[in-house]
Design a protein around this ligand. Structure first.
Ligand code: CTP
Ligand code: CA
Length: 223
């Protein structure tokens, strides 16, 4: 009863979130993707809506249902995710941008419009790659940038790599985790990096962590 009288911590704030993997085509039936399930990003979108925010979720391919109350935009490639994020920012001033998506760093530059066929035993396709736009760095560099939150899934040296990544991307808050231990799992363990230092969010299910992260974000947005 008491809780229902509390002001919601993100009441009326617009939040833009990316989530899930991207899918980069090789040909019409094949592509390159990664092990992101989208669970963390979707849990954050849900927690933000529950905290009173108006949430737009730009999502790569996942098997998840749209979180209640959230506006979801479905994309496949990193370039499409970039374009959808820029369109959402143009449509509506966003107070915060949370980049949870595991965006493919490269796309196949010589993707085929026709299905690749086996021709001979030693004749294997050679893929060439081109770098994808860095969505988070692009948004963070906008003159009227929203408060930007990045995610870093590192396989080792989390403390060192994540702190450096926050500076390199020029963002106020970066959330670190050990990537291969969390992809597809229901729980996770997060470390927040900002200009003040680090804050640990102890191992918990992704819903619990999402609520804790949204509280940390709300604190920083109101500061
Ligand atoms: N990100 C993004 N667009 C990209 C690549 C990454 O928006 N093209 C965002 C991710 O959503 C995440 C953050 O940047 O919030 C960090 O992603 P990560 O892959 O850890 O960083 P990179 O700069 O790509 O560095 P690397 O993969 O080499 O560690
Ligand atoms: Ca990357």
């Amino acid at each position: 009863i008491i809780a229902s009288f509390q002001t919601k911590s993100l009441a009326g704030q617009h939040l833009l979130i990316t989530a899930g993997p991207t899918f980069e085509p090789i040909d019409p039936v094949r592509g390159i993707t990664n092990l992101s399930s989208g669970k963390m990003g979707y849990a954050i979108a849900q927690a933000a809506w529950e905290a009173g925010a108006l949430v737009t979720l730009i999502s790569g391919p996942t098997a998840l249902a749209t979180p209640h109350g959230v506006k979801r935009v479905q994309v496949q490639t990193a370039q499409q995710m970039h374009d959808a994020v820029m369109a959402a920012l143009k449509q509506q001033t966003q107070q915060a941008f949370i980049a949870v998506a595991a965006v493919a760093d490269w796309r196949v530059a010589n993707a085929s419009t026709q299905k690749l066929k086996k021709t001979g035993e030693h004749d294997t396709p050679v893929l060439q790659f081109a770098q994808n736009p860095d969505i988070l760095a692009t948004v963070a560099a906008l003159p009227d940038a929203p408060y930007c939150v990045g995610f870093a899934a590192e396989s080792e040296n989390l403390l060192e790599y994540a702190a450096a990544k926050r500076i390199r991307k020029n963002i106020p808050l970066l959330v670190g985790n050990i990537g291969h231990q969390t992809f597809g799992q229901d729980d996770n363990e997060l470390v927040l990096f900002d200009a003040q230092g680090t804050t640990q969010l102890p191992r918990a299910d992704k819903q619990t962590l999402a609520i804790a992260l949204i509280q940390e974000l709300a604190k920083r947005l109101s500061a």
